[in-house]
Write a protein that binds this ligand. Structure first.
Ligand SMILES: [Zn+2]
Length: 223
């Protein structure tokens, strides 16, 4: 019997795979997270994400970062560790910046806690010159993140960089980091985030569908 790190209910492991990597969440909590595992091209850079930025993820990451529940840090990557470790074995993880004040207040760095299970070299190349939370900004204020993130002085830029963050919503933070790194010409630059904003689904109404079918039939008939 194992105890779920989120709901504290006991559960039995059900797969042989679980003997190698024991699950940290019960099946209900695991399935409430909206896993999507996407790899996309974003401004010419590969970005890999695991989850939709949905309600369960939002509650869990809040529980970790605001309620200081450090036990939740490994739950997001747990089942992906062997794959990610192999894929990024040549990379150095570069953490998205957090203001020193926030780290002191929390007593831990959430990104270090989340990503340390990959056992890859980690660096903090960036810092924020003032406390700034993307989620609390509106409209054009969000753009100002470009002025808040700076490259630390005297740092050596690794050649194979994997930029990591927990959440990507507007992408302004990631864009700011890329703009600072690109002039240094790293050999490889990729991005890994836990969660991204849900992709907009384009609803096709029945009327449009019927119109298309009608047009197609007419064209075929007359063509
Ligand atoms: Zn649970």
């Amino acid at each position: 019997m194992r105890i779920c790190k989120y709901c504290f209910r006991g559960f039995e492991t059900q797969h042989l795979w679980h003997l190698i990597r024991p699950p940290l969440l019960c099946r209900t909590c695991y399935e409430q997270l909206e896993w999507h595992h996407r790899i996309e091209n974003w401004h010419g850079i590969k970005i890999e994400s695991l989850l939709d930025y949905g309600p369960t993820f939002q509650k869990m990451i809040y529980q970790l970062k605001a309620n200081l529940d450090i036990e939740l840090a490994p739950v997001f990557l747990n089942q992906h560790v062997p794959y990610l470790k192999l894929k990024y074995s040549q990379f150095t993880l570069v953490l998205a910046p957090t203001h020193e004040h926030d780290i002191t207040l929390r007593g831990f760095h959430p990104l270090i806690e989340i990503y340390q299970s990959l056992n890859l070299p980690m660096m903090t190349l960036f810092e924020k010159n003032r406390p700034y939370r993307q989620a609390e900004q509106h409209g054009s204020d969000r753009q100002q993140i470009q002025n808040v993130i700076i490259l630390k002085k005297g740092v050596t830029i690794p050649q194979q960089i994997l930029l990591v963050d927990d959440v990507m919503t507007t992408g302004e933070t990631i864009k700011a980091m890329i703009n600072l790194l690109k002039p240094r010409r790293p050999q490889q630059l990729k991005i890994l985030v836990l969660a991204r904003k849900k992709q907009e689904k384009i609803e096709i109404t029945t009327d449009i569908k019927n119109d298309k079918i009608r047009n197609w039939k007419q064209q075929t008939w007359h063509g």
